[in-house]
Design a protein around this ligand. Structure first.
Ligand code: 3EB
Length: 330
């Protein structure tokens, strides 16, 4: 038995964090299992399944065939749709997703604003008020220059749509560019009845304090989020950013090493055990497909036994070649 004194932060009466696994399972089979809150397929080859818990992520996975990602909670799961929001809930947790086509919203800024406004309105009717983790997949994220770059316009639209939604604190987040032929903005989130605790990285400037050179609107996200039961840390998209500057321009290996240093610093700050294990589901987003083999090799060497999905995605600063996000379970 674990003594409370050995784990002073544990809050076992609060909802246990959903288990996150990568598995070679058919989506329909994963959806049938007890407690399945969400199932994700990656890339163009994934089937259509008419279930709000099933989400096709518009990023290709370098592993073939690609596994599915499964989130499972303790308890019965219900699901539904409301306008463009698809959702499921159970065990104190809520999964919600939205996908908008920019051709119907007048571009990326409008899509981001509408998506966040819809999510905010949807969340008003839910009891799971604490948004702990959010993912944003944006088409052609680095297209355009300066303040007109699509990522910067996404940040503007996001802030406008959010209004005061995250006034009590930002969730952990990821924003990655996709290469799907349709200009869709996909956003999904994990929320809970109970609050988490955000964690910043001592090696990195908090994103909402980034200086003006990175855009009119600072991105609003926390570097990590401790889950309410303190049984897991959600890790935001983490790259070779030191202070506010991108490090090791043009050097893939050095960027990945810097990213791993950032991850270790975040774990230490969150009082999580050092390193990653076989329960730590991570994703490595790789900008250039030609780099996938090298990233895979480095990840297997530096994170042996850790489940890391290799995804083809653009980091939101064009000089960054690789980014990692995911989970550290206690
Ligand atoms: C960085 O460190 C990388 O805009 O929501 C990482 C995670 C990044 C989330 C976001 C952006 C976002 O600044 C970029």
């Amino acid at each position: 038995m674990v003594q409370a004194s050995e784990n002073p932060q544990a809050k076992p009466d609060l909802p246990r964090t959903p288990r996150v696994t990568y598995r070679m399972t058919a989506p329909a089979a994963a959806l049938t299992e007890a407690g399945t809150l969400a199932v994700f397929g990656f890339g163009a080859g994934t089937p259509e399944v008419d279930d709000p818990r099933w989400l096709r992520v518009p990023l290709e996975c370098f592993d073939a065939p690609a596994p599915v990602e499964v989130w499972q909670v303790d308890g019965k799961v219900v699901c539904g749709r409301q306008h463009n929001v698809r959702w499921s809930a159970g065990g104190g947790w809520l999964f919600a997703s939205i996908e908008l086509d920019e051709r119907e919203t007048g571009g990326i800024e409008g899509a981001a604003q509408q998506a966040y406004a819809e999510l905010r309105q949807f969340m008003r009717m839910r009891d799971e008020r604490s948004v702990l983790r959010i993912w944003n997949y944006v088409a052609d994220i680095n297209l355009g220059d300066g303040d007109a770059e699509r990522y910067k316009r996404f940040c503007d639209g996001r802030a406008a749509g959010l209004s005061d939604f995250f006034a009590d604190g930002f969730p952990a987040a990821t924003a990655i560019g996709h290469h799907h032929r349709d200009p869709v903005l996909q956003i999904y989130l994990l929320a809970c009845l109970d609050d988490g605790a955000s964690v910043e990285n001592p090696r990195q400037t908090s994103a909402w304090r980034y200086p003006r050179q990175y855009g009119r609107t600072s991105p609003g996200f926390a570097r990590g989020m401790l889950m309410p039961a303190r049984d897991a840390l959600a890790i935001s998209g983490t790259a070779a950013v030191v202070g506010h500057a991108s490090a090791h321009e043009g050097n893939l290996e050095a960027q990945l090493e810097e990213t791993l240093l950032n991850l270790e610093a975040l774990l230490a700050t969150a009082d999580m055990p050092a390193g990653f294990d076989t329960h730590s589901s991570l994703k490595a987003y790789v900008r250039h497909a030609v780099d996938a083999g090298r990233v895979g090799e480095m990840v297997r060497r530096r994170l042996p036994g850790v489940p890391v999905l290799l995804m083809h995605g653009d980091v939101c600063r064009r000089e960054l070649l690789v980014e990692i996000d995911g989970w550290r379970f206690k």
